[in-house]
Design a protein around this ligand. Structure first.
Ligand SMILES: CC(C)(COP(=O)(O)OP(=O)(O)OC[C@H]1O[C@@H](n2cnc3c(N)ncnc32)[C@H](O)[C@@H]1OP(=O)(O)O)[C@@H](O)C(=O)NCCC(=O)NCCS
Length: 192
């Protein structure tokens, strides 16, 4: 089902500023531009990403072991530069096997042009077509803009825990878990 939902890629987007952007899943040949993209992550945003993405060997490892069933990174490109990434993370077993997690990061110079909204929307659709039943996304409360994007696309708060997570400077932050139920086409077909 996942293969089918990826058939439409690459896709071409025109961003709010009129900039043309190509969107497609990560491929092994993207190792260098994908690593360069993560070098643009400001220091204060590094804690928002769960992996050591400034290390080339981490990105090399991702690109050599691409498994869309586990991690499907959808990338936005302008020319050969990666300007945004939105990933669908899935666990293939265990009690969260029906739940996908979405994360998104947009290059600081390309924010405010609608790219996050478009990429997250695209990943929601892929998840739905692939049979994922629920989606979740994790934030600290200060990520108001990201929370706004996910709320706009249908996510709602599942949980807020005060001073629950801690950054590299040992400062505590409120933890926010948002979620969304995905209705399958069959369920829609039964309505009305
Ligand atoms: C949060 C983030 C993903 C948004 O990306 P983006 O491409 O700038 O978002 P969009 O352009 O799609 O904008 C979506 C909404 O953000 C808000 N927004 C956009 N530009 C803004 C700006 N300059 N100031 C304040 N809010 C802004 C608006 O609500 C906008 O909706 P609108 O178009 O209806 O006004 C991006 O800032 C980012 O990567 N942040 C750091 C990482 C992060 O927080 N990731 C989420 C973890 S899952």
């Amino acid at each position: 089902m996942l293969d089918q939902s990826l058939e439409g890629f690459p896709k071409s987007y025109r961003l709010d500023s009129g900039l043309e952007c190509e969107v497609r899943p990560l491929e092994a040949r993207d190792e260098t531009p994908f690593w360069e993209f993560f070098q643009a992550v400001p220091q204060e945003e590094r804690m928002l990403i769960k992996h050591h993405v400034h290390r080339p060997e981490v990105i090399a490892d991702w690109c050599s072991k691409i498994d869309y069933g586990r991690n499907l990174p959808l990338l936005g490109f302008v020319d050969d530069q990666v300007i945004g990434a939105c990933t669908l993370h899935q666990q293939l077993g265990g009690w969260k096997r029906h739940i996908g997690r979405i994360s998104v990061f947009i290059h600081p110079l390309f924010r405010g042009r609608g790219l996050a909204k478009s990429l997250v929307q695209e990943v929601i659709q892929i998840a739905q077509q692939s049979g994922v039943e629920k989606l979740e996304a994790e934030f600290i409360a200060e990520q108001e803009r990201a929370i706004q994007v996910f709320a706009f696309l249908g996510f709602s708060d599942l949980l807020r825990l005060e001073a629950y997570v801690r950054d590299m400077q040992a400062v505590s932050h409120d933890y926010v878990l948002m979620g969304m139920d995905l209705t399958t086409d069959e369920e829609y077909a039964g309505v009305g």
